[in-house]
Design a protein around this ligand. Structure first.
Ligand SMILES: C[S@@+](CC[C@H](N)C(=O)[O-])C[C@H]1O[C@@H](n2cnc3c(N)ncnc32)[C@H](O)[C@@H]1O
Length: 178
């Protein structure tokens, strides 16, 4: 993956990162609405990347890429000096059972690794319909040295994802890179 990323992300690049981009609805709309931002969506599921790529091609967006990758692996191999300007994590798999919590994308180690690659002030947008996961991420952010929770009335960009459309309600958090 390091070689694949080196072709699309260069040293010093700044980009918007979506983790678990699914079928790509959110980031395709975001990239269209923000043509000056480079946007990279990752997902571990190949067929979701294929579907997201079809959307990107239909929309003819030069500022958008989808990559099949695990979040931790991506952080480990992205070019050293590339940086996130914002991060979106929308309806990540909740892994409700305690013994499966280790599979959640957002853990303390993830927040530390993501912070190391985020510009100062970069927002991390997190949204889920699973209240226990939401509370757990609020607690992680509250005790994490690199992130501060922000109180915001609304997000700067909204495009309901597949999972958002199915959810009866959801919970949103914005954390800012200190
Ligand atoms: C519940 S779906 C939500 C998809 C989309 N964000 C939405 O709201 O419709 C979670 C997505 O995260 C992806 N995913 C799960 N673990 C991941 C990981 N470690 N790294 C990257 N993507 C992951 C899954 O393949 C899946 O597409």
């Amino acid at each position: 993956m390091r070689q694949e990323l080196a072709k699309i992300i260069h040293s010093g690049d700044h980009f918007v990162w979506e983790v678990g981009s699914g079928h790509g609805h959110f980031l395709t709309a975001f990239a269209k609405g923000n043509p000056d931002d480079t946007c990279i969506g990752i997902d571990i599921t190949s067929d979701r990347i294929v579907r997201a790529d079809r959307k990107r091609e239909r929309a003819r967006l030069e500022n958008l890429r989808f990559v099949r990758a695990d979040a931790d692996d991506f952080l480990a191999v992205m070019p050293e000096t590339a940086r996130f300007t914002s991060i979106f994590i929308l309806f990540p798999d909740p892994w409700p059972k305690r013994r499966h919590h280790k599979n959640r994308v957002v853990k303390a180690e993830f927040l530390t690794a993501a912070a190391a690659k985020a510009v100062k002030g970069a927002p991390l947008y997190f949204r889920t319909d699973h209240e226990p996961y939401f509370r757990a991420v609020c607690d992680l952010v509250a005790t994490h040295a690199d992130w501060a929770e922000e109180t915001v009335d609304s997000w700067p960009f909204e495009e309901p994802t597949v999972f958002q459309k199915r959810a009866e309600r959801h919970f949103s958090l914005v954390a800012t890179r200190r």
